[in-house]
Design a protein around this ligand. Structure first.
Ligand SMILES: *Cc1c(COP(=O)(O)O)cnc(C)c1O
Length: 459
């Protein structure tokens, strides 16, 4: 590292410390560590920090940079759109071509009968929108008491008040005195933590039937919807057993409950399909998307609305009293269109399904042989490792040892972004990773697990 880059880093870190409040960060701890790592540029699947270190981005930013960094076509799409029409809204009976074209394309790619799209600026706003759509639907159906939404512990649906309420993260709930009324949670399908004694089949059915129990407890005439991520992402890449989603589907149909798939991570190729619902055979009534829709180049999210819901909302009339200034921002829609067209032209979803996912899975599960790994699991291009002290009984290291954050720090210092969720390590690489990147990812992960194990032995 040169003296000049050191000086710049010091300058940025000091201003960052003084002025910048970061999301999901313990600022006291950050200051004690010396400050943030500053990412200054990126290319392909690598990011570069202010000291010139190259880091393989195993998380695709925050699960979003699916096409990798430095895609000229996406930059050009934004530039051209900004020259032509940088902003106009979709309120009050106006709209613009990018929002129209993107809504038609999303409808075409969606699994099943999703003819309409409501745009937002983020995944949290998408889920906020779902709550409004759900309430509006049941009101118009003359069942206004069908109001409660059932979500799951350790789910992540965003950080607005509504998003955090749907989420099942206890730390968020405690700090914000959530959830808001009308949202309740059931236990998640996390077999490593909750179902070691059962077969996958039995565990999946047992966890799905918690939904039925909750509906019966509340009364089906009070329950509006169930929301779930096809695979829980931020909770630690929790992959439900194959028996789980079909049973959830059965229960939603039997009790006439709307099913919302939060596909903010799983849509746009991450599970080898345009939508993760296809992978699991889920037939949702509503789908939330964001993140990968623009490959993260600009913020955009939305709700895909099935005919069942949109026909009621449209045919019964009355204003849907909801919207954001940036609902369907033209530049963001233009980038989403360009991103989806690249994926189509380069057959990215098919390639990921046929080549990248099988190779990634084969390599990833070898990490399960590491002495401190209790389980290595993956689905699509989402994967997790459970760090344990004792492989035979899944005993964890003492919480105060911070095994997960140690491993994360070893990784980033050795050129790999791997995220820690407690003592679960997760990755979700860009869809454009090639075999040699996957080899690099797995080799670095193994080396950093070695370093983690050694450091835990010495305290
Ligand atoms: C990230 C995420 C969200 C929230 O999206 P934001 O754009 O951060 O508001 C919602 N749901 C899921 C499944 C997510 O992963």
């Amino acid at each position: 590292m040169s003296a000049a880059s050191q000086q710049k880093t010091d300058y940025w870190q000091s201003h960052d410390r003084q002025h910048h409040l970061h999301p999901f960060t313990d600022h006291k701890e950050l200051a004690e560590k010396g400050g943030s790592r500053i990412i200054t540029r990126a290319d392909g699947v690598y990011i570069y920090d202010s000291e010139g270190q190259e880091i393989l981005d195993g998380m695709a930013g925050l699960w979003c940079v699916n096409l990798g960094y430095g895609r000229r076509e996406l930059v050009d799409a934004a530039t051209l759109q900004m020259m032509e029409l940088p902003y106009y809204n979709n309120f009050f009976q106006c709209t613009h071509p990018p929002a129209i074209e993107l809504s038609a394309l999303l409808s075409e790619l969606s699994p099943g009968n999703f003819k309409q799209v409501f745009f937002t600026g983020s995944g949290s706003e998408a889920n906020d929108t779902q709550i409004r759509l759900i309430r509006r639907y049941w009101d118009l159906m003359d069942q206004p008491d069908k109001m409660t939404i059932i979500a799951r512990n350790n789910a992540y649906h965003g950080s607005t008040i509504a998003g955090a309420s749907l989420s099942g993260m206890s730390a968020m709930h405690e700090q914000m005195r959530l959830p808001v009324p009308g949202i309740v949670h059931i236990e998640q399908p996390h077999q490593f933590e909750l179902g070691a004694d059962l077969s996958a089949e039995e565990f999946g059915l047992r966890q799905a039937r918690l939904l039925e129990e909750k509906i019966l407890e509340l009364g089906a005439d009070k329950v509006a919807a169930f929301i779930g991520e096809p695979v829980q992402g931020a909770g630690g890449v929790i992959i439900p057993p194959d028996s789980y989603w079909p049973e959830i589907q059965r229960i939603c149909e039997e009790y006439d409950i709307l099913l919302v798939a939060d596909e903010v991570i799983t849509a746009f190729g991450r599970l080898g399909e345009w939508f993760g619902s296809t992978h699991f055979g889920i037939k949702p009534d509503l789908i939330s998307f964001a993140k990968g829709v623009t490959s993260g180049y600009l913020p955009l999210g939305g709700a895909l609305v099935s005919d069942r819901v949109s026909e009621v909302i449209v045919s019964k009339g009355g204003e849907f009293a909801h919207g954001f200034t940036y609902s369907g921002h033209p530049a963001a829609c233009a980038v989403a269109l360009a991103s989806i067209r690249i994926m189509q032209k380069e057959h990215i979803v098919e390639r990921v399904k046929k080549q990248t996912i099988p190779y990634f899975h084969e390599r990833w599960v070898t990490l399960g042989e590491h002495p401190i790994v209790g389980e290595a699991r993956s689905v699509g291009l989402m994967a997790a490792l459970e760090i344990v002290k004792d492989k035979s009984n899944r005993e964890r290291f003492h919480k105060d040892l911070g095994a997960g954050t140690r491993c994360r720090d070893f990784c980033v210092n050795n050129g790999l972004v791997m995220r820690a969720v407690g003592d679960t390590m997760i990755v979700s690489p860009p869809l454009v990773v090639e075999k040699h990147h996957i080899d690099e990812l797995v080799e670095k992960a193994w080396r950093c697990l070695d370093l983690t194990a050694a450091s835990l032995r010495t305290g």
